[in-house]
Design a protein around this ligand. Sequence first.
Ligand code: KIV
Ligand code: ZN
Length: 391
Amino acid sequence: MGSEIVHIFDTTLRDGEQSPGVALTVAEKLAIAHQLNRLGVDFIEAGFPISSASDFEAVQEIGRQIDGSHVAALARCEAADVEAAARALETSSNPRLHVFIATSAVHMRAKLNLSPVEVLRRVDQFVREARQHVEDVEFSAEDATRSDPAFLAEVVDAAVGAGAQTINLPDTVGYAMSNEYAALIAAIRRRVPDGITISVHCHDDLGLAVANSLAGIEAGARQVEVAVNGIGERAGNAALEEVAVALSARFDHWGLQHGLRLEEIYETSQLVSRLTGMAVQANKAIVGKNAFRHESGIHQDGMLKDPRTYEFLDASSLGQGSHLVLGKHSGRHALRERLERLGIAYSADDLRHMQRHIKAVAEGKNSIDDQELYGIWEQVSRETAGGRHGS
Ligand code: KIV
Ligand code: ZN
């Protein structure tokens, strides 16, 4: 029997685009959607059509142009929302309508001003309505992790009874601890009939979004909602690249497959960063500038002897090259490697002099690039030639 699959539901263009300060044009959303399709995500959540004309158009256009990944659109439990999402999805050959309503006491009372009974009624009504438009309907219980578990169970029963095939349990405000989230997912999974997919959607307010998503997967979720570079509301969503690479790199632990072409991950991250204007922090796992760079002499020495000493991930299979950084902490091994890669001939003497220069130059900055290294080499060559003439 083959291993089970975890479906990757990418929400970069919906939750990710809700990041403060981010506003993508339709053309930019299309560029990202094509790259997500190349990456191989199962679902692209393309937008929230009722929220703006440009969200509507983006869902429509992405649906028209993308035929690998399925295309999802978000709707509240409101007639106009479901109608708009359904219309925007008409162009798509694989549409998914994603209906949601909040189920925690604070959201129902303060935000929706609805009683639990009314919320239950709406779940039934609007999931049914969504199913009249499209075959594939996902239901999300917003703020599931702060909802009363007994009420949440009733809501899930109503959504499944009305025809939702995917039940998403978001940790909307990033509140849950991993073991709590796993217990919630396991309980709901036991409750729903076979054939219903449980989905996880975690926010990073406590820095736990990826850990919680993985805990949910361990407890039986088979869809994970993620965003490239972890962008999204407030502290963001679980990072697509971290979840996917954790599943692949530790297949020995998970025994679960996903459909991503990981060699596209770096390109995807760069594109999203460029178009959203949200920089990727240098030490970000998988896609950060420093994720596969080594500066200290001991680490560089280890890497040159056997890269497995300090890297268990293969950078090139993730679209990134591994680099030894020349800086004030680097040793002779890394310098030799770089000079050889640049085709620079050197003597033992040159090497010693260059190291001295590198340490001086790197004192006030981060690292030495190839151009600067050429400059140092030229200077050292002049000095050693001068020294030789003078002796
Ligand atoms: O965080 C959340 O609860 C959401 C839902 C709309 C799925 O983004
Ligand atoms: Zn969210």
